[in-house]
Write a protein that binds this ligand. Structure first.
Ligand code: 5GP
Ligand code: ZN
Length: 142
């Protein structure tokens, strides 16, 4: 399952060189060219899935296990104080490369990486409305 016009397919296959910190038959993990912090990496499946919603369950299960192990190694190797896993889906959510990938972002005290959000206000009514919408929508096995 490859997309011949996809830059992350080419990077994952090794057709385009990258700073690779891990590789196996399913994944390549590379350093991001526009890092949020020192060591920011991308976990890229070798198969082409545009986003989370297209990801096969089997791949999804492997991704979190791999992300956990590599994050633990990176945190120790780089002396990070914390760690964010970030995964964007759709332009509105900040996705710019439409081949599923997980950001592995080491965090350091005072690094000022703008990854967290400003909490908005809500109400009990709105929480109830949103809860009912989601619970009442049952299309598949989610
Ligand atoms: P997204 O915005 O889709 O969640 O993340 C895409 C990420 O890929 C960005 O952080 C961007 O810096 C990184 N990126 C885009 N093109 C390349 C590339 O050719 N090489 C590497 N190493 N990173 C890339
Ligand atoms: Zn691809």
């Amino acid at each position: 399952m490859k997309d011949c016009n996809c830059i992350f397919c080419k990077i994952a296959d090794g057709e385009i060189p990258s700073a690779t910190i891990y590789e196996d038959e399913d994944f390549r993990v590379i350093l991001d060219l526009g890092p949020a912090t020192r060591g920011h990496a991308l976990l890229i499946p070798k198969d082409h899935y545009p986003d989370l919603f297209e990801l096969e369950d089997e791949a999804a299960a492997k991704i979190l296990v791999r992300a956990k192990r590599i994050a633990a190694r990176m945190k120790k190797a780089l002396g990070a104080d914390g760690f964010n896993l970030v995964q964007n889906n759709g332009e509105a959510a900040g996705q710019t490369v439409f081949h599923f990938h997980m950001h592995l972002i080491p965090r350091y005290r005072e690094d000022h990486a703008g990854i967290l959000w400003e909490p908005q206000k809500t109400t009990a009514e709105e929480l109830e409305e949103v809860k009912t919408l989601i619970q009442g929508y049952q299309e598949d096995n989610g």
